[in-house]
Design a protein around this ligand. Structure first.
Ligand SMILES: *Cc1c(COP(=O)(O)O)cnc(C)c1O
Length: 469
């Protein structure tokens, strides 16, 4: 498999190049030159197979020939050993009468779906670095869930230093504890005196400094990394074959922020998985559902909501879909993205908008609606869902096209990660799993730094140098 950039200037790369680079040097995102296809017979064969076996089969064409088959199968199996459910991504009946299902993606170490991809990425990174006798410095910014999942994925690993920036005082207590109680010497948490956008700008500025980037071999594990999309296609396959046997249609509703998760569903469908509907659900930060209605992709200020992992205006992975819809013309897409960055808005052409509307359905749900869904689901089925899942559920129910096709709602986080919102909706807090209660009272380690590029660079330089000794 070879990979090209959505901006046309960084082509013909291997899987491991794409994995370690994270982002293409022309500012674009990597995509496979051509998607592998899953035949109906292959899909039928997956129907009664365990998650790890399906995962290995689905991902193999993307990573070949960089790994030996046995080596890759072993890495995949090892990645999901730490999950608390034997099915890794179990399906749970939500409403049997209406054919509604929850796809629970929160059984990994940090209780959100980010673990499904990042646990694998940690193993892939380590294997590749050992092969190349190389070391990397991963830097990232987080508003909560990505940081802890990345830390769990790489803590204690050889050849990797991780610097994770979070906005001081603006992540939830559980999210902070999940990050700052990691006591491994390769994990460096930095609380920035600023907002999440400030953190993200600092990270981008460090990547844009070529001298700094090369000196520290910077790398990224956020959702622009193709390997994350690849790993997320797997649970669309397992859910579809479990409910439809590989030949009948299944619909999915996906709470969306950076467009990574739902884009993986689109990739699965392009590979041949029978998916009748992909429903894109946003919170009040609804740039994607507005673009879906009007054809105008327009940035507005980020609004704080009860589903913070979706409080985002520039959905990075949308570029991958646009690349496809603009006929894989990297030059044209580079110009379009430059215009978008410069002006803060861009108009999709009529055929591109029609194709977007053909492939997806989309709508948004505000915080009041989110609390109402949490309440009604609990009253109907006794199940407590987290606020992100509730957004997908509310929008999914209203946009469902065919009541005879099973509808799968992606359950992206454990409700105990967002106890305040659940309490506001139900009058009581969700039960705390031990993965959360065990964090109380543990010592925390983090460095507070001003929102200042030179200060952050100096800190990384100093820490990276002392850990090389
Ligand atoms: C990251 C996240 C999302 C958004 O997923 P994208 O891939 O960014 O669209 C939704 N819900 C939860 C709980 C998340 O952690």
């Amino acid at each position: 498999m070879r990979y090209e950039s959505t901006r046309g200037q960084a082509g013909n790369r291997s899987f491991s190049d794409v994995l370690l680079d994270g982002m293409a040097s022309d500012g674009g995102l990597y995509v496979p030159v051509e998607l592998p296809l899953l035949s109906e017979a292959t899909l039928r064969g997956f129907a009664d197979k365990p998650f790890v076996e399906v995962a290995t089969g689905v991902m193999w064409p993307f990573v070949a020939p960089e790994f030996e088959p046995d080596e890759f199968a072993e890495l995949v199996a090892h990645s999901y050993e730490g999950f608390d459910h034997p099915d890794v991504a179990p399906l749970r009946v939500l409403d049997p009468g209406r054919g509604e299902w929850l796809l629970e993606l929160f059984w990994g170490p940090t209780l959100a779906f980010k673990d499904v991809a990042l646990q694998l990425l940690g193993n892939l990174f380590e294997r590749e670095l050992v092969k190349r006798s190389r070391a990397v410095t991963i830097i990232g910014a987080t508003s909560g869930d990505t940081g802890s999942a990345a830390i769990e994925a790489v803590r204690g690993r050889e050849g990797i230093q991780l610097f994770m920036l979070h906005p001081r005082g603006r992540v939830s207590e559980i999210q902070r504890l999940q990050m700052t109680t990691a006591d491994d010497s390769n994990i460096h948490n930095v609380a920035i005196e600023g907002t999440f956008d400030d953190c993200q700008d600092l990270v981008k500025a460090m990547f844009a400094d070529n001298g700094f980037r090369e000196r520290h071999a910077l790398s990224a594990v956020n959702s622009i990394n193709w390997a994350r999309v690849m790993a997320q296609t797997v649970y669309y396959v397992t859910a579809a074959v479990r409910l439809g046997g590989g030949s009948s249609q299944v619909a999915f509703s996906v709470p969306t922020g950076n467009f990574g998760n739902i884009y993986a569903g689109h990739v699965a469908r392009e590979m041949g998985v029978p998916i009748s509907q992909l429903i894109l659900a946003t919170n009040v930060n609804d740039i994607l559902s507005r673009a879906f209605d009007t054809g105008s992709l327009q940035i507005e200020a980020v609004t704080h909501s009860t589903s913070p992992a979706m409080d985002i205006q520039v959905s990075s992975n949308f570029e991958r879909l646009l690349f496809e819809l603009y006929g894989r013309d990297g030059t044209m897409l580079a110009a379009l993205m430059d215009r978008f960055r410069l002006l803060g808005h861009v108009e999709l052409t009529e055929p591109v908008l029609e194709a977007f509307q053909e492939l997806f359905d989309a709508d948004s749900l505000d915080d009041d609606g989110t609390r109402r869904v949490i309440r009604s689901v609990y009253e109907q089925s006794g199940i407590v869902v987290d606020p992100h899942t509730a957004v997908g559920l509310g929008v999914g129910r209203s946009l469902r096209a065919d009541p005879d096709v099973p509808l799968v709602m992606l359950a992206c986080a454990h409700p105990a990660k967002f106890p305040e919102t659940v309490e506001a909706a139900l009058g009581e807090r969700p039960i705390e799993p031990t993965r959360i209660s065990a964090l109380a009272g543990l010592p925390e380690r983090f460095e507070t730094l001003p929102n200042d590029l030179e200060a952050v660079k100096a800190f990384i330089h100093e820490r990276a140098a002392s850990s090389e000794l």
